[in-house]
Design a binder for this molecule. Structure first.
Ligand code: ZN
Length: 447
């Protein structure tokens, strides 16, 4: 016999209520069976309800981190900081399946959606993380690639976009025809398409491919008003991931990082939808906690607190078709966060967390303890990131004319030797020029 234990309904009173877009005149929110039943300016509590006095604190929809990478423990840690839904932007299929199984079975972890494996060219970022890594070489393979991801359970498609740079150090990347074909194939199956791009030229290219979301904001140049306008017109959302960029480029205030904030500012001025995402667990980030930092950094780009909160609630819910969440409203999942301050005047008040509910279940924040196995997995993730960094370094700075000359001699290509060595020396000098530039901007440390 199956015994159903119904938990009591909960009514939060004496609250300010942010609905995902703006502050309402409501003071009370009631939920039962994991669903919000009432929001009102007057009392919503019914007989037998558990009543929680918010003492003037603010109720927000549970936060959505629209850019993470799954490792064990990610979802539990995220929920501890108010992230009730995490959007994974590239993970191995087995990791994605395990996380989804966990999110479906447990209420002490964030819910999750995932891109699974992202599309890239052979040898392109981030295919060096592990082998075998499915890649594609042309538009004719797009349909099969998308079908394979759907079969594995991907909820949307992640594409690693063009690098936007040329020269001997450039990583292989998908061409525009292939990106366009992937986008069509994904849209044909109802999948949202996210493109990882980290250059202005790359952004310019993918905008015409029909993609839905740009991940990261470029720092190699200015996103001019015209380009920002095209992004807005195309209805493309941008998830800048400043919480990771600030770690890669150094402290806010540095020239390269300032450019990231300026570019976000131009996107906002153009009316582009902004999504809050951390790119955790990249170096310097913490699941969940870094989303509060992301909100603060978005604020520094001239985004008002209500819009920053929207970027972590209703906006990602709309962009990723999560119709049941992202809003404080009757009929929505009771994914809620109660904070003691007023994040609509001071965005850092999101950190003053009083309570978190995930589908109506109260999160026991003190219960979260990272275990040794999770720490080990995080180390493994770091090792995979290190492989990517090493591959980029090898590409950009690894040219060794002496070794290359030796190889050419061994293959008997003596006639071409002189010319080849000259070319390699030039390539290396070019690379060193780039390296110096990167060091000056602080990027040299990261790559
Ligand atoms: Zn990422």
């Amino acid at each position: 016999m199956h015994v159903m234990i119904r938990s009591r309904a909960t009514a939060i009173v004496n609250a300010r209520v942010f609905d995902g877009t703006r502050l309402r005149d409501w003071t009370s929110v009631r939920f039962a069976g994991g669903i919000i039943t009432d929001c009102a300016a007057g009392p919503t509590a019914q007989d037998g309800d558990e009543v929680i006095d918010a003492e003037g604190g603010t109720i927000l929809p549970g936060l959505i981190d629209s850019h993470i990478h799954l490792v064990p423990g990610a979802l539990a840690q995220g929920l501890t900081f108010g992230v009730t839904t995490a959007l994974d932007m590239f993970s191995r299929a087995d990791v994605m399946a395990a996380a989804k199984q966990q999110a479906g079975a447990r209420s002490d972890v964030a819910d999750v959606r995932s891109a699974g494996i992202g599309a890239t060219a052979p040898g392109g970022h981030p295919s060096m993380m592990y082998a075998p890594f499915p890649t594609l070489t042309g538009p004719e393979q797009a349909g099969q690639f998308v079908a394979d991801r759907v079969a594995e359970g991907s909820d949307y498609l992640k594409i690693f976009g063009p690098s936007g740079t040329t020269g001997p150090w450039t990583m292989p990347s998908l061409d525009l025809d292939t990106i366009t074909a992937l986008t069509k194939a994904a849209h044909g199956r109802g999948l949202v398409v996210v493109a990882h791009v980290n250059s202005v030229a790359g952004v310019r290219e993918v905008v015409s491919a029909g993609i839905d979301v740009v991940a990261h904001v470029p720092v190699d140049g200015d996103l001019d008003t015209a380009l920002a306008g095209r992004i807005a017109e195309a209805g493309i959302a941008v998830g800048p991931t400043l919480a990771t960029i600030e770690n890669v480029l150094g402290e806010p205030g540095g020239a390269a990082y300032s450019r990231a904030e300026e570019n976000v500012g131009r996107l906002v001025d153009a009316g582009v939808t902004i999504l809050a995402g951390t790119d955790a667990p990249n170096p310097g980030t913490v699941f969940g906690a870094s989303l509060h930092r992301e909100l603060e950094l978005l604020g520094r780009c001239g985004i008002a607190p209500a819009q920053a909160l929207n970027a972590a609630t209703a906006a990602p819910a709309r962009v990723f078709n999560l119709a049941d969440r992202g809003h404080t409203a009757p009929g929505q999942r009771a994914d809620l966060m109660l904070v003691s301050g007023d994040p609509l005047t001071d965005i850092t008040a999101t950190r003053a967390i009083e309570r978190i509910w995930r589908a109506g279940v109260l999160c026991d924040r003190r219960a979260f303890v990272a275990n040794a196995a999770e720490a080990e997995e995080l180390d493994a993730f770091d090792a995979r990131v290190a492989k990517v960094v090493a591959a980029v370094r090898e590409r950009r700075y690894g040219f060794d004319p002496t070794k290359a000359a030796g190889r050419l001699q061994a293959t008997g290509a003596r006639d071409h030797l002189a010319g080849e060595v000259k070319h390699l020396v030039e390539a290396r000098e070019q690379c060193e020029g780039v390296h110096e530039r990167l060091v000056r901007t602080g990027l040299g440390e990261a790559l």
